[in-house]
Design a protein around this ligand. Sequence first.
Ligand code: C5P
Length: 296
Amino acid sequence: MPRRGDPPVRIEAPAKINLFLRVVRRREDGYHEIETLLQAITLSDTLKCYGAPTKREFILTCDDPSLPTDERNLVWRAAAAVRAATGCDNGARFFLGKRIPPGGGMGGGSSDAVATLLGLRQLWRLDLTDDALDEIAAALGSDVPFFLRCGTALATGRGEVLTPLPDPPPLALVLVAPPFGVSTPGAYRAWQPVPEEELPSATDCWDALRRGDLDALGAALRNDLEPGVFAMHPELATIRERLLAAGAVAARMTGSGSTLFALAHDAAHAHRIATAVADLPGRRIITESYRAEQVA
Ligand code: C5P
């Protein structure tokens, strides 16, 4: 049992982008079968976990007042899932430093959930195997298991069946996060099937990424949720046009939106693109890919 005054366990929770997202079909269970190429990025939240003086109590504070700090927050749900899976009845106090835009399609909540699992395993000195962590993660959300390893991965099923891929050459990126989020169920509901011919495949995208061929990668980026989400939020199509006009190699929405990412040649190019779109509402974030080997 950790004691009061022990130093907190501090875990970084990186975001992700979907370089490729193909929706294969609607499933009977309400989910969609997808095929997606996920890339972790260095933009991250920070979770600090402290031992709590009272058993069976969670206290969550967050520097983003727009986020709930009760059982609606994935940190809370992940902590409850750890207790349910292990029978441990310890309490904990969390501080979540939020930098990943919520509702942005970058998996911030999912990554925070994994940070909670890893943080509590350390804080409560739990004997949780990788398989047990995988199972808890998959029950918390479709893209949660990815954050156990980060790096680059191909995901299928509803997003939880992962094939880890070796770290590709680094990517320089600009994100534009509009001042509103998009609901994931809404984005999937708006999806309509499109003919596959002439659309890039996940293999095209991974092949270009692995070789570090930025032009080929730009041509192989894909997000089947874009047309439905752009129809609901036409300003997102405008942001994409602006990023391309600013010299981005390519630009796409990540996940179910609302964030758009642009590929740049290097960090200096990413800064020039960000400056050229400085008038757009919301946040511009310069970031880069995060390697699996960076995970502690
Ligand atoms: O799994 P998660 O809780 O993140 O998914 C949230 C919602 O997004 C689901 O309830 C579903 O409506 C939609 N979704 C989907 N297909 C996926 C992933 C999510 O339809 N592959």
